[in-house]
Ligand binder design. Structure first.
Ligand SMILES: [Zn+2]
Length: 279
């Protein structure tokens, strides 16, 4: 009798994660005046619709960080043109405008939500003279999650994490995950740093708190997958004509963006801004 040793050989999933582009949206609104005034955080609904149409026409497939985790575990192949659409701050307009449009195209995205569920408006925007806007309620978050959207944490109260005491930062990172997990009855494995502000201590905290991924805004390497705790995203906002959106999607635009950011950071450091962030 021949003895066989059964070996569990894991076949790696197929796909190229370096191709993954990560987009960052905030507010999608039909208030064109607001969009003109606060270009950096808003985008008109019609521009968003044109962008989604463009993504569909050019064969992009929106995935989530949960999908990417499954790819890493060999459980899911990546599509040919993977893209991750992220939405920060959890504005109610996501439910009103983003959800119906993405549903129409069979797409899903990633929402970064603040975990203090008693806060009903974007109180943090007031510091920048931006009107406070209504946030998603619990029911809407649960519905979006059930429809395939990944829910990530955006802290409890949207502070500048590197600039608050360590214990407070730890609470913002770890407790927000627990609150959202209880709300969704599902693991929450992705974190987005408020204002994109992070450093090595904060990054280690997110890993220790059980997150698989941390999203930055202006920071992180240009190639996806090189630093899971500081994933670089491309800001999509203002009245961006579709040709500029196409440029970002069809070229290795993130490298130009990264080079520009590096030069800018050096300049800010010379001015004495330790963080080096252009905010
Ligand atoms: Zn935010």
């Amino acid at each position: 009798m021949v003895e066989t040793n059964e070996v569990d050989i894991k076949i790696p999933a197929q796909g190229n994660p370096r191709k993954i582009k990560v987009l960052m949206y905030h507010l999608i609104t039909d208030n064109n005046n607001f969009c003109r005034k606060f270009k950096s955080i808003s985008l008109p609904v019609e521009s968003f619709r044109s962008q989604i149409k463009f993504l569909e026409r050019w064969g992009f497939t929106p995935i989530t960080f949960e999908d990417y985790q499954l790819y890493l575990e060999g459980e899911l192949n990546l599509p040919k043109k993977p893209i991750i659409l992220t939405f920060d701050d959890g504005y109610e307009d996501i439910y009103k405008y983003v959800y119906p449009i993405m549903k129409e195209y069979g797409m899903k995205g990633v929402l970064f939500i603040t975990a203090d569920r008693k806060v009903k408006t974007s109180v943090w925007d007031a510091h920048f003279g931006i009107p406070q806007l209504p946030l998603l309620n619990n029911q809407q978050i649960i519905e979006l999650h059930a429809a395939g959207f990944e829910i990530g944490s955006h802290s409890i109260s949207h502070p500048q994490l590197p600039h608050i005491p360590r214990e407070k930062a730890w609470e913002e990172i770890s407790r927000s995950r627990m609150i959202l997990e209880i709300l969704l009855n599902n693991p929450v494995k992705t974190f987005a740093y408020p204002y994109g502000l992070t450093n090595d201590t904060i990054k280690h905290m997110t890993i220790d708190a059980g997150y698989n991924f941390g999203c930055g805004t202006y920071t992180g390497p240009p190639i996806f997958g090189q630093d899971h705790s500081e994933i670089r995203r491309m800001l999509i906002s203002g009245s961006m004509p579709i040709k500029y959106f196409a440029l970002r999607m069809l070229t290795p635009y993130q490298y130009c963006d990264w080079t520009r950011w590096k030069i800018k950071t050096k300049f800010f450091r010379q001015l004495g801004n330790d963080a080096g962030y252009p905010i």
